[in-house]
Design a protein around this ligand. Sequence first.
Ligand code: TYD
Ligand code: MG
Length: 451
Amino acid sequence: MAKKIKTAFFCQKCGIQSPKWLGKCPSCSEWNTFVEEHTAKKETGKDGYISSTVNHPKLISEIDYSNEKRIITNDKELNRVLGGGIVPGSLILLGGDPGIGKSTLLLQFSLSSKSKKILYVSGEESEKQIKMRAERINKDSNHCFILTETSTNNIFKEIKKLQPDILVIDSIQTIHTASLESTPGSVSQIRECTSELIRYAKETGTAVFLIGHINKDGAIAGPKVLEHMVDTVLQFEGDRNYIYRILRTVKNRFGSASELGVYEMSQDGLREVSNPSEILISERDTPTSGVGIAATIEGARPLLVEIQSLVSTAVYGNPQRSATGFDTKRMNMLLAVLEKRCGFKLGAKDVFLNITGGIKINDTAIDLAVVCSILSSDQDISLDTLVCFAGEIGLSGEIRAVNRIENRIKEAEKLGYKKIIISKYNKLSGAKFNIEIQKFGKIEEVFRILF
Ligand code: TYD
Ligand code: MG
């Protein structure tokens, strides 16, 4: 009798397993995501990474962590998002859209190493392609080794010989372990390969970077399955039409999960941007209407961003509202507040909003700058270029206090702004600032002095 092949169905979105096919995933509620995969493990004995030590229970006071030294890389932004360098033995997952620059970021980091031995394993590109990329980045290194391989078996064989300090896998979706029959990129393969890598990382104290793809239609398992398994999750994002890229911490077992690094994609690799506010604000000789500057905080970092609006009479029946980098629903809410509380007739007008530099802002403290820029465009009166704003707007038109106001004020002061408008409910500790601080409780009061 033929041996029955063991299979199970896996949700490609969240990774849940089911013995039967299901139309709707009971865990993540997505439709049509179940795919049949082989689950049988081959009895080959020596595949993957074999654990060689056995741990015994210890008192917490007996555990020694004093020799845990972080590896400080040459990339300051990477150090920052990792919470002050790489922790040996940790697994770091780097996710992001295709073509955003994940391979470039990690190859550049690998090539910049001066003392640590790094193995860069690529399952996606040939040696020649990697060399071409390295030529563009223009770094030569005696510490970075390249391996083009997709089988974890062979990867671990090479690792044994080379004994690297840091391992980079590009990408987790392309490697496979021989102990599973399913195809590379399937949920069970990704899970198994990652757990082999985790075992290897924890035992040898090697830091491992994994690149993970995000696919819109979820054809290959996205890194969501992995997020629980790894120590740190980084997200590389940005608009491909712009040159700026943001490296964000999504999860970090060894540091703050609200850190942010900014890079600029240039012809010869990624360049660190140490002062993002300066580049996010366009230089202008003459003031232009519709431009407002907001003092925001991204992650742990104060940032000044420029908000541009265009308000014009709607040509077609339905006025258009569109926002880039800002939540459109929130913009509609702010427009309703302007209409109802301040009597501006914006209902029949097209409103377009854009945050320059292609970055996305989730901070509600930019509300005040958003409404001021919209009204500035509507009234065609430009705002003073040396004024910036930080305040959240409530439904009754009140300006609400925002968190970490002093960091915002300091950043505005550092960049040479003359005035910052904030909520009167924000308490200041009494520190002296070299910038005029104006406090208001209602948006009408702000408009009275601006327009
Ligand atoms: P890549 O790292 O291949 O993206 P991912 O690994 O996330 O899929 O990034 C490729 C893009 O970056 C590609 O559009 C070309 C661009 N690029 C530069 O602009 N400058 C450079 O120096 C390099 C190496 C790439
Ligand atoms: Mg790549």
